[in-house]
Design a protein around this ligand. Structure first.
Ligand SMILES: Cc1cc2nc3c(=O)[nH]c(=O)nc-3n(C[C@H](O)[C@H](O)[C@H](O)COP(=O)(O)OP(=O)(O)OC[C@H]3O[C@@H](n4cnc5c(N)ncnc54)[C@H](O)[C@@H]3O)c2cc1C
Length: 508
């Protein structure tokens, strides 16, 4: 259950749950005609994150028999760790806020194509033409992502139907709806309660290890308790894989995202205790029966984190305050404002730097975001340091004093002329730094979620690699699926769609 799950709580529980990894996968087999099924359902959902929960609830509402299986002791997946920002085209909340122009599904789709609300392709792209990208619509069939976009207002209605409230909308971000905290776990809890009320068997601490097929169709799964015991054979007319991404699957990471293996996998801090259980199980199992993969090489989402125990001044500071990133050589590496937090991490990786520091001046410290970035707390707890001169500032974190002086002088000279001669910054936050100066503790680029996975059609049926045809009986949703993004909006949208299609209904 997810009730009032805090991040710390989660990390403790999930570290304990690491034993689930000890159950091995076996390769897919055609089922024996005499197999004795332990249980049988219309729809079997594997994975109880937002995508799996939304699928199970939707399928159950159509009157089907449904089971939900999750290898962890708790449900809600990564959704309960997210900041709860849902992206959507026009909803009743837009109308209430008077945001009614340029917010149609078509407008939203244009934003997705341009990547305006997230990391635009240009922001994270390598210089090469064939560079892997984090986001965007370089999908084999963009209609799948477009369908998720079309369902976005339904996602908001669905979330709101559980009594979840949204913060007032910001007209500058007309496609973002952020839930009130701690609604990310409440949303999961409400879906679980609905499943429990409608007597859907919810099997936690049970790991699906194999897809069972008959004449090429998926007809069931083999599962095992993470505490051991006999395997179970569970029959399903439709099997929906909702097992999340593959951040912790080193083999898949090395094969498809080798460059980003330079960034440590982490969630809240570097060196944190957590189960390394985002192992892409659904992707691995479906691949072994011939499923197609999509966008596996795209960039995982990167962010900066400090070492455990040191407060982080979030690198989203580049969005809103005059602030600059310096490497271990005390040099700037990127247009910080355009790169944002994720692109800034990528820039460090590109130049082979293990970490970076954010610098800013007194004007930023005293600016309107002082509370948001918890500068005072960071100063007290060695997440932020202050000094009167660049040389003293450098000494606080072990950087070369002369280089930092040069970097700050260069920023100030360029900003005074309004021309960033190093990285071409053109934004209004490109301003000189005034003493006293501030520098953050080391911020390490980490990867916290993957993009890419199984290829599906707009009904979220998994496709075969050899002929692009759906594998009968098999569906994939959420971060398991490479045809959408791994954002929570798409995860829930895919669940609302697959909940219908896996139940044999249309999802127009
Ligand atoms: C720290 C963090 C912050 C984030 N912030 C945001 C944000 O602000 N906005 C946003 O849009 N997205 C954010 N994301 C990403 C987003 O939360 C996820 O991509 C999304 O929730 C994925 O949902 P899912 O249901 O597809 O997968 P998951 O949430 O990963 O759920 C998968 C579930 O499947 C289970 N499972 C896996 N393998 C098996 C198996 N073999 N058998 C049974 N069960 C299995 C897992 O235990 C898990 O419960 C964030 C992610 C993280 C980690």
């Amino acid at each position: 259950m997810t009730a009032h799950l805090t991040r710390r709580n989660f990390l403790q529980i999930s570290a304990a749950g690491a034993l689930s990894l000890s159950v091995p996968f076996s390769s897919a087999k055609e089922v024996d005609r005499n197999i004795r099924w332990d249980k049988s359902f219309d729809v079997v959902v594997v994975g109880g994150g937002y995508a799996g929960l939304a699928t199970a609830v939707t399928a159950k509402r159509t009157g089907k028999t449904v089971a939900l299986i999750d290898k962890r002791a708790w449900l809600g997946g990564d959704g309960v760790l997210s900041s709860g920002i849902f992206y959507s085209a026009r909803t009743k909340f837009h109308d209430e806020a008077g945001i009614t122009k340029n917010v149609s599904v078509d407008d939203y789709w244009k934003q997705i194509c341009a990547g305006i609300d997230d990391e635009p392709l240009a922001k994270v792209r390598d210089n090469s033409r064939n560079s892997p990208v984090y986001f965007g619509v370089s999908k084999h069939n963009p209609e799948v992502l477009r369908k998720a976009a079309k369902y976005s207002p339904k996602v908001i209605d669905f979330v709101h139907s559980y009594g979840i409230k949204f913060l007032p909308m910001n007209p500058a971000k007309p496609f973002q709806l952020t839930v009130e905290k701690p609604a990310v776990s409440l949303f999961a809890q409400k879906m679980v309660e609905e499943l429990e009320k409608s007597k859907v068997p919810v099997m936690t601490m049970t790991r699906v290890t194999e897809l069972l097929t008959n004449k090429g169709a998926v007809v069931g799964v083999k599962a095992q308790s993470t505490e051991g015991g006999k395997p179970m054979f569970i029959k399903g007319r439709s099997i929906v894989l909702a097992t999340g991404g593959f951040l912790d699957n080193e083999a898949l990471m090395q094969r498809y995202k080798r460059f980003w293996c330079r960034a440590e996998p982490a969630i809240s801090a570097v060196g944190e205790k957590r189960a390394k259980d985002r192992t892409g199980d659904g992707i691995v199992m479906a691949k072994s029966i011939g499923a197609a993969l999509e966008e596996m090489e795209s960039m995982p989402k990167l962010s900066a984190r400090t070492q455990v125990g040191i407060p982080l001044v979030s690198w989203t500071i580049f969005d809103v305050e005059p602030s600059y990133l310096v490497s271990t050589k005390a040099k700037r590496v990127v247009d910080e404002h355009v790169a944002r937090y994720s692109g800034a991490c990528l820039a460090l990786l590109r130049v082979g730097e293990p970490y970076g520091h954010v610098i800013f001046g007194q004007q930023t410290f005293e600016g309107p975001n002082r509370r948001r970035f918890r500068f005072d707390e960071a100063l007290k707890k060695k997440g932020l340091f202050k000094a009167d001169t660049p040389e003293e500032l450098a000494a606080k974190v072990g950087l070369d004093p002369k280089e930092l002086r040069k970097t700050i002088d260069k920023i100030n000279a360029d900003a005074a002329k309004g021309e960033d001669t190093q990285f071409g910054r053109k934004d209004r936050l490109f301003k000189p730094l005034a003493a006293p100066y501030y520098i953050t503790a080391r911020g390490y680029p980490i990867r916290y979620k993957t993009e890419g996975g199984l290829e599906v059609n707009p009904d979220f049926q998994v496709l075969r690699a050899d002929n692009d045809q759906p594998i009968p009986g098999l569906y994939a949703v959420g971060a398991t699926c490479g045809s959408i993004t791994s954002r929570i909006s798409d995860a829930v949208a895919s669940g609302l769609i697959a909940g219908l299609t896996a139940s044999g209904l249309k999802a127009p």
